[in-house]
Design a protein around this ligand. Sequence first.
Ligand SMILES: Cc1cc2nc3c(=O)[nH]c(=O)nc-3n(C[C@H](O)[C@H](O)[C@H](O)COP(=O)(O)OP(=O)(O)OC[C@H]3O[C@@H](n4cnc5c(N)ncnc54)[C@H](O)[C@@H]3O)c2cc1C
Length: 511
Amino acid sequence: MAVKHLGDPQPEDAGTAPHAGISRRRFVLGSAAGAAALVPPLRPVRRCDLDAAPVGGTADVIVVGAGLAGLSAAYEIERAGRSAIVLEARNRVGGRTVNHDLGDGKVTEVGGTFVGPTQDRLMALATELGIGTFKSWDIGESVSFLRGVRGTYTSGDPVTFLSVPGGQDLVKAIGLLDGMAKKVPTSSPWTAPDAEDWDSQTFNTWKLANFAGAEGRLALDVISEQVWGAEPRDMSLLYAAWYVAQAGNEDTPGSLLRLITTTDGAQDSRFLGGSQRISIEMARRLGGSVVLGAPARRIAQEHGRVSVDTDRGRFVGRHVIVAMPPAMAGLLRYEPALPALRMQLTQRFPSGSYAKVEAVYDRPFWRDAGLTGQAFGDQVVGATFDQTPPDGSPGVLIGFIGGQHARAWDTLDLAGRRQATLDAFAAYFGDEAADPREYIEGRWTNDLWSRGDPVGFAPPGVLTGFGTALRAPIGRIHWAGTETAEYWIGYMEGAVRSGQRAAAEVLGELS
Ligand SMILES: Cc1cc2nc3c(=O)[nH]c(=O)nc-3n(C[C@H](O)[C@H](O)[C@H](O)COP(=O)(O)OP(=O)(O)OC[C@H]3O[C@@H](n4cnc5c(N)ncnc54)[C@H](O)[C@@H]3O)c2cc1C
């Protein structure tokens, strides 16, 4: 059985995931797909030879980070006729999205994967880039396994939650949180009427006050670990309500149910060829203006310009967009120093503790038993999904390990991590799950260029005390990254929205 572990601590330029090579063949295929009139033309991505002499350059806008946020920003800037250079620390684009090759032209994603209703900007972008979607497998029953009791439910039907342990409280929590979310402005949660009260308590304080049953409390712990990679005690109640409020769009209020469900929810669909394709296709169109293997170290605003010093030389622009999680942005050196509110925000907005684990089988055997491959429980792996390629082969079961489980699991050696993962898969789906032909893990918390995932979260006091600094530009420095979004923070949609918003800010200044 092959073992892949993608998150071991890495040298700075190695990245943690399979490099997405951009071959000549793909380049030609991309040409045909990108015929839309306003789409920037295709150009080859600058693949840095790390032994080569440093590079440098000038453009209207320097973008730091070639995840979906940074690439979306550069794509909009070039579309508007301005120039952009994107600087990326890793030797690949896509950031928290990365494809893993399964052979035979098939892939599985080790980071962000699913897309669903109200994630309109991401869908529009993918369509423009010629990337289609297919429905996630959601046929049959899903498994619940809390405190040793196994049950089944239907993913999108809260009525069926009522019969599984903790399910009644989960339905109650959805009602309460959705109601609270309606009072939270998505662009400025710190202005919510109850902001001070909710930001003065943890999600755990609220959980203990509203839910007496052990199963219900445990179910909320699992939700918190799965959605944020954090324990309820780590996180502000205002942040939780804001996150729920954001799980919608300008016309559709956010809902916790949308966050956790598959059909019609955040896990509704997947991208053909894998989600990293979106970044790869944007990078192709940006061509030589994407510089890989170029970690930014210092950003200086001087003489009406911004210069970004990297391991690949100095890049100078009229504006810079920093497109990464707040905690990562805080690692850069800024001259002059940033205002205290912004510097302190980056010290107070940690990324979650999280891992994505995957087992590959000859076939998705759980489907034969009428199961969706989705499970929810108090095992090390708190939730699973079927991530099998669209033609049904091989079978790919993925799971997420979050919060305190991730912290403990991560201390194990590879054999221990694999065993703990497969034990959990077997608890949900039986012994067949214990014997995959390949095991893959994405230990993003160990990754030098992410240092946590899937999202940065706010402990108590941060949104009300420092939230205004989350996306406010500082001189010629603008902020992007999913954490700065107004809808779908923590998701690919939020990343795209944030990049487009930062691009609009800069274009407004340049005009
Ligand atoms: C395991 C996992 C599962 C997920 N599942 C889903 C899902 O199913 N659906 C969904 O919508 N979302 C999901 N997400 C979240 C989604 O992947 C992210 O929200 C999104 O990709 C974030 O994009 P971004 O551009 O904001 O940040 P990032 O992707 O983190 O991009 C930041 C970039 O900055 C680079 N960088 C960092 N420091 C420097 C530096 N000093 N200099 C230069 N570059 C630097 C990084 O290498 C990175 O490429 C998941 C995430 C993870 C990790």
